[in-house]
Design a protein around this ligand. Structure first.
Ligand code: RP5
Length: 172
């Protein structure tokens, strides 16, 4: 894929304080050369901006939305209520509740408006991007091949870890 082409994925986050976690999604998309954009917008603080960004996303070529938010994290659900694009939610650990508040706010959608909710935090942000890769790969064979290679590399890494563990066992 051409990473400088028009963005296919939009990443929304409720605050700039979400950047440290949400950049993990950006890293994955960058590694797959998927063009993406990122924006800060809040369901509660900037509802009009959230509405306008989401409504204009399809006409700008966006095919998948990744939405990270912490606390009373309604952003992914609100976005999913505005658009028919697939919405992947990432609950963020922004308060003393360490993400449990955001997890429940994001995952407990009423029937009718789906949000594909990932794990809390960095693993969730990473998996959100990988889910976007899987969705886009349905119509981009090059991406499907890249994803197969990604999985092969993961298998090789685990095998290498197993072998390193055998060496450590010898030293017990
Ligand atoms: C949420 O509130 C944001 O997504 C963020 O995780 C959390 C705290 O935001 P700030 O007070 O740091 O701007 O809306």
């Amino acid at each position: 894929m051409n990473s400088t082409a028009a963005p296919l994925v939009g990443i929304l986050m409720g605050s700039d304080s979400d950047w440290e976690v949400m950049k993990e999604a950006g890293k994955v998309l960058r590694d797959f050369n998927i063009p993406f954009e990122m924006t800060v917008t809040s369901a509660h603080r900037t509802p009009t901006r959230t509405h306008d960004y989401t409504q204009s996303a399809p006409e700008r070529g966006i095919q998948v939305l990744i939405v990270g938010a912490g606390a009373a994290a309604h952003l992914a659900g609100v976005v999913a209520s505005i658009t028919d694009l697939p919405v992947i939610g990432v609950p963020l650990p922004a308060t003393e509740l360490q993400g449990m508040d955001a997890l429940l706010s994001t995952v407990q959608m009423p029937g009718g408006i789906p949000v594909a909710t990932m794990a809390i935090g960095k693993a969730g942000a990473k998996n959100a991007a990988l889910m976007a890769v899987r969705i886009l790969a349905l119509n981009h064979p090059v991406l499907a091949n890249q994803y197969q290679l990604y999985k092969t590399n993961m298998v090789n890494e685990v095998t290498a870890k197993h072998e390193a563990l055998q060496n450590r066992l010898q030293d017990l």
